[in-house]
Design a protein around this ligand. Structure first.
Ligand SMILES: NC(=O)c1ccc[n+]([C@@H]2O[C@H](COP(=O)([O-])OP(=O)(O)OC[C@H]3O[C@@H](n4cnc5c(N)ncnc54)[C@H](O)[C@@H]3O)[C@@H](O)[C@H]2O)c1
Length: 665
């Protein structure tokens, strides 16, 4: 059977033979054994409903074994033999190119070069699932191969409920992941219902088929580091010769040195795990590897003296650097931290003065002692940072729960009001007011032909469009425009394509729409093949997350999720090819509602109408909400949009004077 026939077949007619687990695969962590005996029986019954009864006896014991061994039923036996990666859109068997685009994006998210645990259908973040099991994958590909442009496929946490009649203007696929009744949305609930096979954690772009590898995180981190420097530099000053100190060279944190190099500063990233540091060095993501403090001091002084742009990995504990640089009076201009403090007791954060190996032993054998050591280190960590900030260092929390865990450890990190932290997070101080409130966010596209020359052409188109927009853009957004033009011009040089021919580019509503329109025109003129548009969920409108994306909302509404829900519904009837809405993503289940979309541009007039309608809403929904929350930048942006678009009428807030409130209660 060839590739197209295998895709079209779905669940095979003959039971496939049992497969051995591939020797070199990066296996997903074993999940909690959380089900009772009755619940385990229910999980097996649930899994077997995908298959004919005469296979049940053979599969039941195998699935029970998987559940016992891994805490989940992945149905490894049903993983297809063909290579899974983003092929050209023309290679997929489909009646509509929209369905073929979805197959391409799904296969990209499961490509072993892209996905973290491909055998378990996990794209990133340890638990960001595309599907719960291989039966769901097979069935989805089958449905996509037969669907017409008058049908919609509904996915419940990876499970294809079926194809339903709809219309040409409807999305081809509706995705929901991890949606729960709120009172049943605690972490252990997720473990339980995922093990039962009735829900999954889709992270952000894993379960919505829009992941594009490390490029996304590099761009976001670059924007953050550049703007962090802008907060402290005077006009005309550059980051050259100035220090950005941080920790972590892991999954996301590994992007920091590359971003620092693009921003043009001296980056020092501490990493306790020498393997992680060496890997990043070998990959070319960090320039210099140092494991000795004296050497670090002299290398940093040398870089400062020559205004060198360089990134240094220090193999050791971050606290050593904060403390020693204080003693040596080395000024740190910008400081942050990306250790994994969202999981402090299981290896996310390593204590000082204990070896990496000994720490790992303590985690397993003496967890209470380990916890004490972590908290002691956090107190020292915060104290050293406080010494530096007293001397002028700008420190921000990078959404990794550093300030939260430091406060729980009794460190001196609270503001005078004893409610807030004394330092802001990267969204409160940087991404929120400087990007999201103006509508700038992580727009992205994939060239569905799979041709690198198409990606080059789209880069050039996007750069030209931004250049033109910048000529007439107001002072308030000139810097953002310039950063994005610089990024897109250097994008190819930064060599970050892994998997599909994809590009990320921060842009606002005007930029996204005009770039997409120019792509559609180029497709119509036969200059490039079809293009899939999308974005990260970590954006202006898609995500309600009180301690991250919406942490700079101060009217009390940051604990509501109306914006994300309106976004997914609003996008769905304005022309998205697919939409998704997830409970959980980045900060954990129950902590965030987030959604995204995909849209195929095929060069038609219909595609032009769709992109104009949907991209406009997809960004301005969030600006409207941010403006209602009284954020100045968003009020500016939405008023400007209303001037440009007479049919947009947004409710604006009336501001209240402080004096009026002071004596009321
Ligand atoms: N990059 C972003 O845009 C972004 C956004 C939001 C949140 N985050 C958060 O950043 C954190 C890091 O993410 P990740 O994917 O890189 O995790 P990761 O676990 O892969 O990497 C963290 C690294 O920190 C190292 N480390 C731990 N304690 C240390 C110490 N005391 N000194 C020096 N190194 C130490 C670990 O060895 C590990 O390699 C997470 O909490 C994530 O949620 C990142």
């Amino acid at each position: 059977m060839n590739f197209k026939e295998q895709i079209a077949q779905g669940i095979p007619t003959e039971i496939p033979v049992k497969r051995a687990y591939p020797a070199n695969a990066n296996k997903a962590p074993k999940r909690k054994d959380i089900l009772s005996i009755e619940e385990k029986q229910l999980a097996i019954r649930n899994a077997l409903r995908y298959f004919p009864e005469n296979w049940h006896e053979e599969l039941a014991s195998e699935f029970a074994e998987e559940l016992k061994e891994f805490g989940r039923i992945y149905m490894y036996r049903f993983k297809p033999d063909y290579k899974i990666h983003a092929r050209s859109i023309s290679e997929y068997p489909a009646k509509t190119s929209q369905a073929a685009a979805l197959m391409l994006m799904i296969q990209n998210n499961l490509d072993p070069a892209v996905a973290q645990h491909p055998e378990e259908l996990i794209t990133y973040g340890g638990n960001g699932a595309v599907f719960q099991n291989w039966a769901q994958y097979l069935l989805v590909m089958h449905y996509l191969s037969i669907m017409t442009d008058e049908q919609t496929l509904h996915l419940y946490s990876g499970h294809p409920m079926g194809l339903f009649p709809s219309s040409k203007n409807a999305p081809r696929v509706i995705v929901s992941n991890g949606m729960m009744i709120p009172n049943y949305s605690q972490p252990d609930d997720w473990e339980k219902f995922n093990a039962l096979g009735v829900t999954q954690y889709g992270q952000m772009t894993a379960g919505s088929f829009m992941y594009i590898g490390p490029q996304g995180i590099v761009h976001g981190t670059t924007i953050t580091v550049m703007n962090a420097f802008r907060k402290i530099l005077s006009k005309g000053e550059t980051p050259a010769g100035k220090i950005f100190l941080t920790a972590g060279l892991g999954g996301m944190s590994g992007a920091q040195p590359k971003a620092g190099n693009i921003a043009g500063c001296i980056t020092i990233a501490a990493e306790v795990n020498s393997k992680a540091a060496t890997k990043r060095h070998e990959q070319g993501w960090v320039d210099v590897l140092i494991d000795n403090m004296d050497e670090l001091l002299s290398r940093v002084r040398q870089a400062q003296a020559t205004n060198e742009v360089v990134s240094i990995a220090y193999i050791g504990n971050i606290v050593e650097i904060w403390e020693r640089f204080d003693v040596e009076n080395i000024h740190i201009h910008v400081g942050s931290d990306q250790t994994s403090l969202h999981i402090p007791w299981t290896g996310g954060y390593y204590p000082i003065d204990i070896s990496y190996e000994e720490s790992n032993r303590l985690i397993r054998e003496e967890p209470a002692i380990f916890k004490n050591k972590v908290q002691e280190t956090l107190r020292r960590h915060a104290a050293a940072i406080n010494n530096h900030t007293a001397k002028g260092t700008y420190f921000f929390d990078y959404g990794n729960a550093f300030l939260l865990e430091a406060s729980r450890a009794g460190a001196d990190v609270m503001a005078d009001n004893k409610i807030d932290f004394r330092y802001a997070s990267y969204v409160q101080d940087i991404l929120g007011p400087m990007c999201f409130d103006y509508g700038f966010g992580p727009f992205r596209w994939v060239c569905a032909s799979g041709k690198p020359e198409d990606l080059d052409a789209t880069d050039n188109i996007a750069a030209a469009v931004l250049q033109e927009i910048m000529e007439n853009s107001p002072e308030e957004i000139q810097l953002q425009m310039q950063d994005n033009i610089t990024w897109i011009k250097d994008a190819k040089k930064n060599k970050m394509v892994v998997g599909s021919q994809a590009r990320i580019l921060y842009a606002d509503a005007e930029g996204r729409t005009k770039i997409a329109e120019a792509f559609n025109n180029a497709i119509a003129a036969g200059k490039i093949g079809p293009v899939v548009l999308g974005r990260d969920h970590h954006d202006v409108s898609g995500t309600d997350s009180p301690y991250r994306e919406t942490s700079n909302i101060y009217d009390g509404s940051k604990f509501t999720a109306d914006m994300a829900i309106h976004n997914v519904i609003g996008d769905s009837f304005r022309g998205a090819t697919w939409v998704s809405i997830h409970n959980g993503g980045g900060v954990g289940w129950g902590e965030v509602m987030n959604g995204g979309f995909g849209m195929l541009l095929d060069g038609t007039k219909e595609a032009e109408a769709r992109l104009k309608s949907m991209l406009f809403y997809d960004v301005n929904n969030g600006i409207a909400r941010r403006s209602w929350a009284r954020n100045d930048e968003a009020i500016f942006a939405i008023k400007r949009e209303m001037e440009r678009s007479p049919t947009l009428k947004v409710t604006l807030p009336n501001l209240v004077k402080d004096e009026l409130l002071n004596d009321l209660f």
